[in-house]
Design a protein around this ligand. Structure first.
Ligand code: GLY
Length: 236
């Protein structure tokens, strides 16, 4: 990170947190809060999601995103979706309007069009910010009703194979929420798919660990086998 980019990234995260907090403060649900916070980050070309997504090996943007509601364990996700501005909003539509958890590829994009999401080329705004690259984005929230939710969105790994799906749209890997914890992960997706990282952190919280301790233990365990990852965790 250049110092100026770090400042912009911190400001971007603060903006997203304020948006999510605003939803909660006006009585909105945790699910609505995490979606709106992640939309804010998807629209910020500094981060690797939505408008700022990296390119795959064919110079295309393929995005993954998911949402999960902790009170019902309802989840929705999209994988390898293209030409939409906010994949996390499409993921919420999967949760709320289908009996599926995950839609992938051209079918996910077609579903977005059916639901009224306009064609959008994330590549153009991103090009204006070439060289500035934040990571996958996510948010977790706890609302007044005591419900938790998590959302995660990403452009995946730069130069990835076409059709590659990371951890972000997979419940339990890059995103998870239940009655006790909500988790959103960023890092090397293949590692978190194998470790089922978000669920592992939530399970440690359910067994009584404080969130930071649960996170530390999971990261330490992963570090014995893997490289690095960062996670957000929030407990009711
Ligand atoms: N964690 C994002 C990805 O690997 O796709």
């Amino acid at each position: 990170w250049r110092a100026s980019d770090r400042t912009l990234a911190v400001a971007g995260v603060a903006r997203a947190a304020a948006v999510g907090w605003g939803v909660l403060a006006s009585g909105g649900s945790a699910l609505a809060a995490v979606v709106d916070a992640v939309v804010c980050l998807e629209d910020d070309p500094l981060f690797n999601a939505g408008t700022g997504s990296v390119l795959n090996a064919h110079g295309e943007v393929e995005m993954d995103a998911s949402v999960m509601a902790g009170d019902t364990l309802a989840a929705g996700g999209v994988a390898c979706i293209q030409r939409v501005r906010n994949p996390v909003r499409v993921a919420r539509h999967v949760l709320e309007t289908t009996d599926c958890v995950l839609l992938a590829g051209a079918a996910a994009t077609a579903f977005a069009r059916e639901q009224g999401f306009e064609d959008y080329d994330p590549g153009r705004p991103r090009a204006a910010h070439a060289g500035r690259r934040g990571g996958t984005v996510g948010a977790v929230a706890l609302d007044d009703a005591g419900h938790l939710a998590a959302a995660t969105s990403t452009g995946g790994r730069e130069g990835k194979r076409r059709g590659r799906v990371g951890d972000a749209p997979i419940p339990g890997a890059g995103n998870y929420a239940d009655a006790v914890a909500a988790v959103s992960a960023t890092g090397w997706g293949e590692q978190m798919l194998r470790y089922v990282t978000a669920k592992d952190v939530a399970a440690r919280v359910a067994r009584g660990a404080e969130p930071q301790r649960a996170l530390r233990e999971a990261l330490d365990d992963m570090a014995r086998r893997y490289a690095w990852c960062d996670l957000l965790v929030c407990r009711s």
